[in-house]
Design a protein around this ligand. Structure first.
Ligand code: FES
Ligand SMILES: [Fe+2]
Length: 385
């Protein structure tokens, strides 16, 4: 909450913002009617377990930037959602993903990311050996096992697809391939030439809040003048966000002060921040030349991991590499400051989430993307039962 010592100038600024007319009729700009969700949606451990199966076990999400697997035989150990998965770069340049679990007696095969020069991983318990794609290649005391149990034995494969400078994974065989899954969001993102982008920055925050509350916090803009008055309030036209629902995903265009108007009649991606939610937990906040991407990973019903990447396109014409680097350093610092402001509100939310005074929450039309998101989570959970 703002302190009473806030300057009169700031109050005047907020008042004049609030008095500004909407540029388009609200029903066009904000596509869905208001809605209500029960506060238990954010605190019920049994519902959380169902969401893991119905939502997170059946979606695509980026597990790591491609740059983390720069060379053949590099591998990443991905520990999220109660799973441990190895993602490796094979000698032919393709990627492979498989569960980090030995097929003898279930040991964890790899502790952390690295590079496997010899191309073989040995289980630390009894020495089964695996190749870079998770196939069992050597079994000690082989003759002491039933032969047919060793045939084609491998650590179970995980679906994987490298796209847009990220390596994406999916824990289910029932889900469509990545690009059909992403639909409109994939088409929108294709415009940017992400295959030429590179992740150069990253951070992780631990939040004391339910994962859906974190998704909510990053998919509407009218908290901007209150949570981010100094960092974002004057940089983006938060009131002019134009929301689109592309079930199960959603997105919005967000005009930038001193830039969007000046660009005139060009493609929306060349003149706005375009902000995409790839259901359920991946956000791309795209500028024409770079982007921030972040993921929201449930840990438990009241704990969430927020992982963010700063992704940079080729040096724009007219800039030297050092200038482009310096500009990106500044942008990333700014993004970290903005995220810290969101984190403070979310952690404070966590301290009152069990309050007897919190029974239901409401979304207005400016929060249409949240309405759509919650409806989709609820639909999937209901289908799973
Ligand atoms: S658990 Fe891996 S070899 Fe025994
Ligand atoms: Fe925010």
């Amino acid at each position: 909450m703002a302190s009473t010592s806030e300057s009169a100038t700031e109050e005047q600024h907020l008042a004049s913002e609030a008095a500004r007319a909407f540029p388009t009729p609200a029903e066009e700009q904000y596509p869905l009617p208001p809605s209500v969700v029960d506060a238990k949606n954010y605190t019920d451990p049994a519902l959380f377990d169902r969401e893991m199966k119905a939502v997170f076990h059946k979606s695509w999400f980026p597990a790591c930037p491609s740059v983390d697997l720069k060379e053949p035989r590099d591998y990443v150990v991905w520990d999220r959602l109660g799973q441990s998965i190895v993602i490796s770069r094979l000698d032919d340049g393709s990627v492979s993903a498989w569960h980090n679990v030995c097929q003898h007696r279930g040991a964890r095969l790899l502790k952390e990311s690295g590079s496997c020069k010899g191309g073989r991983f040995a289980c630390p318990w009894h020495g089964f050996q695996y190749d870079l794609s998770g196939k069992v290649k050597m079994v000690p005391l082989k003759g002491s096992f039933e032969a047919e149990r060793l045939e084609d034995l491998r650590a179970p494969a995980v679906r994987v697809k490298e796209w847009g400078s990220f390596v994406w994974i999916c824990l289910s065989d029932e889900v469509p391939d990545l690009l059909p899954y992403l639909g409109t969001i994939g088409e929108e993102l294709s415009f940017y030439g992400l295959e030429n982008f590179e992740t150069r920055y990253r951070f992780t925050l631990e939040l004391n809040a339910n994962w859906k509350m974190v998704v909510d916090a990053f998919n509407e803009t009218w908290h901007v003048p209150f949570t981010h008055p100094r960092t974002l309030g004057k940089l983006v036209h938060w009131r002019d966000a134009h929301l689109r629902i592309a079930n199960p995903h959603s997105w919005m265009t967000l005009p930038l002060e001193g830039f969007t108007d000046r660009m005139g009649d060009v493609d929306h991606r060349l003149k706005n921040i375009c902000h995409y939610l790839a259901f359920p937990n991946t956000i791309f906040s795209c500028f024409p030349t770079h982007l921030q991407s972040w993921n929201i990973w449930p840990v438990s019903v009241d704990k969430t991991l927020f992982t963010a990447w700063g992704v940079v396109g080729p040096t724009p014409e007219g800039l030297r590499d050092e200038e482009w680097q310096a500009q990106n350093d500044r942008d990333w610092k700014h993004f970290c400051a903005v995220s810290a402001e969101d984190a403070e509100v979310l952690n404070d939310w966590g301290t009152v989430s069990q309050s007897l005074g919190a029974s239901q929450y409401m979304f207005n039309t400016a929060e249409s993307r949240l309405t759509a998101f919650h409806a989709e989570v609820a639909r999937r959970v209901a289908l799973e039962q």
